[in-house]
Design a protein around this ligand. Structure first.
Ligand code: HEM
Length: 257
């Protein structure tokens, strides 16, 4: 097989179609598996690294799905938006259960691993923040969280500037003459399709809220009330974020019914 320079994707990857690729080539498994090293030379180094890396891959997919859902909502393409949002919520809930693998790390083993992590922390996950902003959560760190890498800073600034999924939902609702979300939730809803979108958003929000809780409890089980490697107060900080919601107006609508 001959690969011409024009066939190469950014990063020098060979596009599978051009290459008649094998399974390993199609999935770039050499690069993917190589990226799981170096693992800190510790009993639980590999599980710690693998779980975090897998999370980032899922975060990438969630960002892709949410972007598409937002654009579908702005375009009034409700079935397509629902298709994307349902997948997003499934992945959110998958992430909740994936934390189970981490709780197999004993406190003593993590204590030994911790010095190898330096100041690295999930707190610095840019994709996690991007999901928050793209969903509609404002910047809670008031700009104080600044990634070291300028490209990452640009990505976050762009996410904060661009419309969120929530903006797109509000736009769709306004276009359909629905301004009162409480009315949407009354039985015999004014707009069944819009209600389906609202509930798909709730699935995403609920999944993310569950992740926050599961992560906080898993962390407490592993490090107790110690501070985090990212410099926060640890579980105290995580608990302070437990009530964050992407779509507070949808949650409030229930209260006001
Ligand atoms: C042994 C396992 C883990 C421990 C002990 C742990 C601990 C912590 C702590 C203490 C914080 C607070 C910030 C800090 O000071 O570092 C934090 C934040 C965070 N962690 Fe973890 N974590 C673990 C696993 C994970 C995994 C697998 C992910 C998946 C990507 C993750 C994602 C995050 C995120 C996104 C935040 C920021 C949350 C926010 O700002 O609301 N963590 N973690």
């Amino acid at each position: 097989m001959t690969v011409r320079p024009d066939d190469l994707l950014p990063g020098g990857f060979v596009p599978p179609q051009a290459a008649g690729a094998t399974y390993g080539e199609f999935l770039h498994l050499d690069a993917l598996i190589a990226a799981t090293d170096p693992v800190p030379d510790q009993t639980d180094g590999r599980v710690f690294v693998t779980v975090h890396q897998v999370f980032e891959l899922w975060f990438r997919l969630i960002l892709h799905e949410l972007e598409a859902a937002r654009d579908n909502l702005f375009a009034g393409e409700v079935p397509d938006a629902l298709y994307r949002l349902r997948r997003t919520a499934r992945v959110d809930w998958l992430l909740v259960s994936q934390l189970d693998a981490l709780t197999t790390i004993s406190p003593g083993s993590f204590h030994d691993l911790r010095p190898h992590l330096g100041t690295a922390s999930g707190f610095q996950s840019v994709q996690f923040r991007e999901i928050e902003y793209l969903s509609g959560l404002p910047d809670r760190h008031h700009g104080t969280y600044r990634p070291r890498d300028p490209a990452e800073r640009d990505r976050l600034a762009r996410r904060l500037r661009e419309p969120s999924v929530w903006d797109a939902f509000r736009d769709l609702a306004r276009g359909r003459g629905v301004t009162d979300l409480v009315r949407l939730y009354r039985s015999g809803p004014v707009d069944r399709e819009l209600l389906d979108v609202a509930e798909a958003l709730m699935d995403h929000d609920e999944g993310w809220a569950m992740w926050r809780m599961r992560h906080a409890v898993a962390v407490e089980r592993i490090i107790g009330r110690k501070s985090g490697t990212g410099g926060s107060s640890g579980v105290h900080y995580l608990n302070s974020r437990r009530d964050e919601r992407f779509f507070p107006e949808l949650w409030a609508a229930r209260t006001h019914l």
